[in-house]
Design a protein. Structure first.
Length: 206
């Protein structure tokens, strides 16, 4: 049991330890680091976190995080709007962007279907995707979800919802190992999986 000489330090450690992957020891080390540094460093950090939480928006088109109503990717006239890549969250967008192999736009679901966690289709940005595909009439929708049971379930549900839209429905090639999440794939493997995408129908066991 830790014995803090300062209630303020204890409170800071408790709050930092709420962050994922941060235990009490790491939280204490971070708090002491900030305490040793000049005040402006801690103040700047605190202000940036407050601004991030209060001012960041979600893109009205793709649900990416953004500083404006429409994110930089959707607003970029050089992006191919006939190609929509469906991903689970912002981390997947970052992973795909880092490959430099994709020039389309995105649609972020905000999760994947997981009955065991109480997450159903209505909890995700699926209806906006169906509406968007119907209105924008893209040539292709790429489903780039994790190769887990939940990811495959979500892929199948999306395929059923979009198969009559007129868009070609594809999925990333299985260069990503079964059970892997996109954000942990190396850039070369993920880039090849994007380039070598295949019709989703070909992946369904008959």
């Amino acid at each position: 049991m830790n014995s803090y000489s300062s209630k303020l330090l204890e409170e800071a450690v408790n709050e930092l330890s709420r962050l994922p992957g941060i235990g009490k020891k790491t939280a204490l080390r971070l708090a002491l680091y900030l305490l040793k540094k000049d005040k402006p460093i801690a103040i700047t950090l605190g202000e940036s976190l407050i601004r991030m939480r209060s001012e960041i928006q979600f893109c009205k088109k793709c649900y990416n995080i953004s500083d404006a109503e429409i994110c930089n990717i959707c607003a970029n006239p050089k992006r191919n709007t006939d190609l929509i890549c469906v991903v689970e969250d912002i981390r997947d967008v970052m992973a795909i962007e880092n490959t430099g192999q994709y020039n389309g736009v995105y649609h972020i679901l905000g999760g994947i279907i997981s009955p065991i966690d109480g997450i159903g289709p209505n909890d995700l940005n699926i209806e906006p995707l169906v509406k968007r595909v119907g209105e924008d009439q893209p040539q292709e929708v790429v489903m780039a979800l994790s190769t887990t049971i939940e990811g495959d379930t979500t892929n199948f549900y999306l395929f059923k919802r979009l198969k009559d839209s007129g868009a070609k429905i594809t999925t990333i090639a299985r260069g990503i190992s079964i059970g892997d999440e996109l954000e942990y794939a190396d850039e070369v493997t993920l880039g090849r999986s994007i380039l070598n995408r295949m019709p989703y129908e070909n992946t369904i066991e008959r």
